[in-house]
Design a protein around this ligand. Structure first.
Ligand code: ADP
Ligand code: MG
Length: 570
């Protein structure tokens, strides 16, 4: 068969260069990435075989095997999973489809220190290419389940790779690394040593639900010499394969949870919060959810993949199970394992299933209550949460009426009370003045624009706190005037301003009436002159310095929203 040579796509080439020059100090993670890919490939085959009876594939002993050869300085990670076709190899291994990559590479070049660079790479799983941190040549031999011919891919990571069709290849994929000499020479990075392999697999991949085996040759002796007894040995299984979500909390270490998180999310930094839920009764399920410590680049892009994996009785069913989590919690990652669903369940069925809808509600509430607990017990962690995910969470104020108050309760807002620190509504309510019935806010483009607004004058003069809402989404959800703790949110730009105690209000109203009489000629004349532009001209109690301002009626759209509509040409 002829050998074809291909060039890596530009981004792929840049990423490879970074790998070759080992920008990441913890090289051990390459093995986690390869085992993770192998595990995914086994999941996929299991599922495809389940759905397609005619698939000509062997699913009798699905597993991952690691083989080492000290003489040849090679390490092989083999799986008998789904494999890849010729075209899939070109597509999946030769290019980078992830849209966040270009931005990542740009940021990476601009990172000023190695620490900053490692932080960045920590946010971005590098997958298969991380092999080039430890190898000077990588060979991948693969055959897609059901196909007869295989494909061999080889590269040194320097610009090009070759592809060749081979007549016979075992089902699945074998990735062979020719290790760089420095890595086999120093003990710390001795990737042909069985104990090193054992240690890495245990540390990073213990929870993988397929057996990770080490071939006996490798297990025999660290230097590849013949073992003392010649009896053939069973391969050694390196991982415990226990599904973490099915184990009790005190049996699992934080590190184990974090490794599962990394496997699911492809995010190399530890999660901000781990959430466990065990539902018993007629519809039994377990959930292990994670709130990441930073928002992904593409959180607001179309086609963003949600991170909830669905398992049925320990069997992986699908990634990105959108039926289990509302869109405004799309940043939550994790596993949900249900006992009583069919293995053949489809997305369409899930969308309509009543049990799934109940699960969805329960999971959303659980996430919100976790954030609430975090808010009181760990304010700093909550501050991180809010900085990263506040904007997306607020979308829930528009879509999830059932949880609206709970979402408001875990939200933070910029406030006139403090220049730098945002406030929660609970804190706002505690500071409310005697007789103040509403939670006041004003929307606008920026904090400064809002503070300069004449609408703020009376509030400032009276020392009444106002929330300063500057996110575009704020314009929309405030329209519904939601309430928190029985107090409605009210725009300072709308309707009459009634500040002060009952008595003060009455007094002010009488006084205003008297003065309205006094100025009725002027006001009438102004209303006439401005007819068609404004509905009414009246004396104001909200101004202390400015001569006039425009206000909306209670139920009109806010000026900022008006501007937004205008900008959209409506
Ligand atoms: P990711 O796992 O995040 O998708 P990787 O760089 O690790 O990124 O892998 C890229 C793609 O190559 C995978 O999504 C998968 O489609 C394919 N792939 C990698 N390893 C294997 C394997 N062992 N078996 C089948 N496909 C694989
Ligand atoms: Mg991967």
């Amino acid at each position: 068969m002829p050998t074809e040579t291909f060039e890596f796509q530009v981004e792929a080439r840049q990423l490879l260069q970074m790998m070759i020059h080992s920008i990441y100090s913890n090289k051990d993670v390459f093995l986690r990435e390869l085992v993770s890919n192998a595990s995914d490939a086994l999941d996929k085959l299991r599922l495809e075989a389940l759905r397609d009876d005619s698939l000509d594939a062997d699913v009798s002993d699905l597993h991952i095997a690691i083989e080492t050869d000290r003489q040849a300085r090679t390490l092989t990670v083999r799986d008998n999973g789904i494999g890849m076709s010729h075209d899939e190899v070109v597509q999946l291994i030769g290019t980078i489809a992830n849209s966040g990559t270009a931005k990542f590479l740009r940021d990476f070049k601009e990172a000023e220190s190695t620490a900053a660079a490692e932080g960045l790479i920590g946010q971005f799983g590098v997958g298969f290419y991380s092999s080039f941190m430890v190898a000077d040549e990588v060979t991948l031999l693969t055959r897609r389940a059901g196909e007869s011919q295989g494909t061999r891919w080889t590269s040194t990571g320097e610009g090009t790779y070759t592809i060749e069709t081979v007549d016979s290849a075992p089902q699945g994929t074998a990735v062979t690394l020719r290790l760089k000499p420095e890595d086999t020479d120093d003990q710390l990075h001795d990737y042909v040593s069985p104990w090193k392999i054992r240690e890495i697999v245990k540390r990073y991949s213990d929870f993988i639900t397929w057996p990770v085996r080490m071939a006996p040759e490798a297990a025999d002796g660290a230097d590849g010499a013949e073992g003392a007894d010649d009896a053939p040995r069973e391969p050694e299984t390196l991982n415990s394969m226990k599904a973490l979500w099915a184990r009790s909390r005190d049996e699992v270490t934080d590190d184990e949870y974090h490794e599962l998180y990394k496997h699911i999310s492809h995010d190399w930094s530890a999660p901000l919060e781990t959430i466990r839920l065990q539902a018993e009764g007629t519809f039994e399920y377990q959930a292990l959810l994670f709130i990441p410590s930073h928002a992904p680049q593409d959180l607001f892009m179309q086609g963003y993949q949600r991170g909830i994996q669905l398992y049925v009785k320990r069997v992986f069913i699908m990634d990105d199970c959108e039926a289990l989590m509302p869109p405004y919690l799309r940043f939550v990652k994790g596993v949900v394992d249900a006992q009583d669903l069919s293995l053949n369940v489809s997305r369409e069925i899930l969308q309509q299933d009543r049990q799934i809808q109940l699960m969805h509600r329960r999971l959303a509430k659980k996430v919100l209550s976790t954030v609430k607990d975090m808010m009181s017990a760990e304010p700093e962690r909550y501050a991180t949460f809010w900085r990263e995910f506040g904007r997306v969470l607020k979308e829930g104020l528009l879509s999830d009426f059932e949880n609206r108050e709970a979402i408001l309760g875990v939200s933070s807002f910029a406030t006139t009370h403090d220049k730098d620190e945002p406030t929660t509504l609970r804190q706002y309510v505690e500071r409310m003045k005697d007789g103040q019935e509403h939670i006041f806010y004003l929307t606008g483009e920026s904090r400064q624009a809002i503070e300069n607004s004449p609408h703020m004058e009376a509030f400032r003069a009276k020392g009444v706190e106002v929330l300063l809402l500057t996110d575009p989404v704020d314009e929309v959800w405030v329209q519904a005037e939601p309430a928190f703790d029985g107090k409605q949110l009210r725009s300072v730009a709308k309707g009459e301003v009634d500040l002060g105690t009952e008595e003060e209000k009455k007094e002010a109203a009488t006084e205003r009436e008297g003065r309205q009489q006094e100025y009725s000629d002027l006001l009438g004349w102004m209303t006439d002159r401005l007819s068609g532009t404004v509905k009414e001209v009246r004396l104001s109690s909200r101004l202390t310095v400015s001569p006039a301002c425009i206000v909306s009626d209670m139920h009109d759209v806010t000026p900022a929203l008006e501007n937004m509509y205008r900008a959209m040409g409506q």
